[in-house]
Write a protein that binds this ligand. Sequence first.
Ligand code: NAD
Length: 441
Amino acid sequence: MESCNTPACQSARDIFHELEDYYDDHNLYFQTVSSVLEAANALEVPHRLKLILSQPKNEIMFHCPVQMDDGTWQLFKGYRVQHNNVLGPYKGGIRYHPEVKLDEVKTLALLMTMKCALARLPYGGAKGALKIDPRAVSRAELQRVTRRLTAALGNNIGPDYDIPAPDVGTNCQIMAWMADTYINFAESSTKVTARGVVTGKPLEFGGSAGREKATGQGLVYVLDELLPGMGMEIGKLSYSLIGYGNVGSWTARLLQQRGSTLITVMDHTGAIFHETGIDAQKLAEHVKVTGGVAGYPDAEVISSETFYSTPVDLFIPAALEQMVDLEHAKLISCKVLVEAANAPTTPHAEQYLLDKGVAILPAILCNAGGVTVSYFEWKQNRQSETWDEEVVDERLRKVMVGSAKRVLEMADRLKCSMRVASYASAIEHLDKVYKMRGVFP
Ligand code: NAD
């Protein structure tokens, strides 16, 4: 593959050279930093801010020995990357996936800094991961691994310092085990607020109404705000979805309530299609029982190529990073690509789609609903309050609409793509805070 010659890539190369850190053009972290620097260059922020944002503050790597049910021992590799905390405590999910790598976690941590800044939340950015296939271990093993991971993180997490949440392969049960482990280690004077160490907890144990659906709900609010300006009506749309986990399945269920039609879905078990629409609720029930979309009776099995090439109004990746590459982009036929997953589109695919006139709604805008309701959960925990779902939804709507407006205004001001605009709005905010606080000492 040819190397990248854009000014943004050159900026990233210069910055990494200055930091004596080297990356190749096809590395996800390099690509994400390039994109962020494109926005920083458009704003002409101080060079020191570009240096700060190009590297995480802390990269923690650890290994957890855990005894398995059959008596053998396994060593699991874990990461917690704390990218930036100028706006507030580090915040970001914990992912369980067998293929996870440090650069992926660094990328996701950087995106969390950008996401929280764009939404104007009082949080910095972080991300964690454990190299494990959660589907391949028993519930008891999963609990032991999770408790051991929480103990290994120790004081590197905390309700005032770094607050994990669910991500790919983790859920509210795992958050409950993490919170319980942390509370057991906490001093008695801090036990009441200690459960705020993680968000995305079960409702019965300090979770928030509306958190489980929050990322999908936030995305729907963004579509409500942006689609009319593109001449589209949410109730008349067809769409494709990659991923039917938390984000994908909630997005589908909420879009169904608005009258949109789910034509195709693909997940790690296969791809399915129905010309007049797949019932999102029934599919969610099927996935809950079987673990994937394969075998869903009321749809036709299709190939991955057919999945990508089926014409739709919206194409929504809601699975892992980089699932829309240039080859896929050449197949895709849609008006808007809605990034529900983090970093789902490669730079080559992005350029190809933009040149074709496809609008791309960037991930840090589209999927900020999760961290926003996490913030509401953390606030409720600190104040010993319980908000109704209507209150949560209305506050979430305000945050998502505010962020969408900021992106549109910035895109108009800089005459740039919505991705660059979303980063620029985040960076402008971070720049103001750095200027007010100064850089210590
Ligand atoms: P999840 O674990 O609930 O679901 C992941 C989905 O990806 C599953 O449906 C799985 O089948 C699918 N998948 C995995 N490998 C695949 C492959 N090779 N091909 C097709 N599909 C594949 O995860 P999630 O929480 O829904 O997260 C999805 C994305 O959204 C991630 O990028 C995550 O970082 C991002 N995100 C999640 C949240 C949240 O609140 N959960 C918030 C913001 C962003």
